[in-house]
Write a protein that binds this ligand. Structure first.
Ligand code: KG4
Ligand code: ZN
Length: 379
């Protein structure tokens, strides 16, 4: 079954063609980074406008690269939510119109479920759990960590056959304020390091000493598997405000206005050791928090695997610390490749495929949902 996936929940317009929920024939992502860069974050109105411009060429390019026409597609899967409503609407209306005009089945997909499927897409499900065939096995704990989300899920499959697994999700925890990626982006904005903040902090942190600033552990009242990153972000602000670090950041901000695309070396040359140490310590604190809570969830629920997915899953320290800690525990950990960790439509097509197998179909009433919890009891 050839599924055309469409994703437009935030600032990436994406389309992909995926065969049988497993083989990516094409995956095209049009990033809006250049549009939002000067604001240090996504501007919703600009995002919708960019999606409108990009949606048609992106879908066309996906079909071209897959060497198919839209008529060859068997079904269309589109992100339904959560996300920016104006952004979601562009992809959703486009997908709905295509499905109607071509007479193809349509299915709506939860963006968070898509991120989980980015892991499943690249790592075949191993029914002989952890024996000879390398592959993921369920149940698993999935950490979805991006610019918009930081949530822990218990993912299981209650399928009768390996070919038709049906996935179930239970949310175990989520962020009560900022998402981890959002904290990276805001700290980078404060220090005038660039946008998006995650990749630049990741690379610059290699030149800093993470032990210099002790941010302490984030303690959560109530559910210990919930996250909170706004306090950490504010702690960085307090260390910067009124100090040499703030003056240095303002100089960097002025300099950045004069250069088009600064290289990492150029940015680094304008960072004092104290700034590099601060961001390395901040990154270490975020990563440690993500690792500890995820492993606590894994320990508490006796799972077979850990999945780490979403834009922040690209972070090199996060990957290294998860790999090291999970190795020590004998717990396999899986990440999508970097291209599938950040927003893409292949993960939407893959998640949609299993819904289609189940017989799910969306009608014309399918609407975008800014808030669309996954695995939460709605009663
Ligand atoms: O999944 P994604 O593309 O979009 C959302 O659904 O939010 O994630 C984007 C987020 C941004 O906040 C970005 O700063 C963060 O992922 N990110 C990273 C890294 N690469 C991207 N954060 C930390 N380290 C990275 N290497
Ligand atoms: Zn995402």
């Amino acid at each position: 079954m050839l599924v055309l996936g469409i994703e437009s929940s935030c600032d990436e317009t994406a389309a992909a063609v995926v065969a049988d929920g497993a083989r990516i024939r094409a995956s095209v992502v049009a990033s809006q980074v250049l549009t939002h860069e000067k604001y240090g974050g996504v501007v919703p109105e600009l995002a919708s406008r960019e999606h409108l411009r990009a949606i048609e060429p992106v879908v066309e390019e996906a079909c071209q690269r897959a060497e198919i026409t839209l008529r060859d597609v068997d079904a269309i899967a589109v992100t339904e939510g959560p996300g920016l409503i104006g952004s979601l609407l562009v992809g959703l209306v486009y997908g709905k119109t295509l499905a109607l005009s071509l007479g193809k089945p349509l299915v709506g997909v939860n963006h968070l479920e898509g991120h989980v499927h980015a892991v499943l897409l690249e790592n075949k499900i191993d029914r002989a759990a952890g024996k000879t065939v390398p592959g993921v096995s369920l149940p698993a704990i999935a950490l979805v960590v991006s610019g918009g989300h930081t949530s822990l899920f218990y993912v299981s499959s209650e399928s009768a056959t390996a070919e038709q697994p049906q996935f179930h999700y239970r949310q175990l925890g989520h962020t009560r304020d900022d998402a981890a990626g959002e904290a990276f982006d805001k700290v980078a904005k404060l220090l005038a390091l660039g946008y998006p903040g995650g990749p630049v902090i990741d690379k610059l942190s290699r030149f800093g000493y993470a032990g210099v600033v002790d941010f302490g552990r984030v303690r959560m009242r109530g559910n210990p598997l919930d996250f909170s990153f706004s306090g950490l972000k504010t702690a960085v602000l307090y260390r910067v405000r009124g100090t040499d670090l703030a003056r240095e950041a303002e100089e960097r901000r002025a300099w950045r206005r004069t250069v088009d695309k600064p290289t990492l070396d150029e940015i680094r040359a304008r960072c004092s050791q104290a700034t590099l140490d601060l961001i390395a310590s901040f990154q270490q604190a975020v990563v440690q928090d993500l690792v500890e809570r995820t492993l606590a969830a894994a320990e508490g629920s006796q799972v077979e695997n850990v999945f780490v997915t979403g834009g922040v899953a690209c972070n090199s320290l996060l990957r290294q610390q998860f790999t090291d800690r999970c190795k020590g525990l004998g717990l396999p950990v899986f990440f999508p490749s970097p291209a599938l960790s950040t927003d893409n439509a292949a993960m939407i097509a893959a998640a949609g495929y299993y819904k289609l197998l189940k017989g799910e179909r969306a009608g014309v009433s399918l609407t975008a949902r800014a808030s669309f919890p996954l695995g939460v009891d709605q009663h």
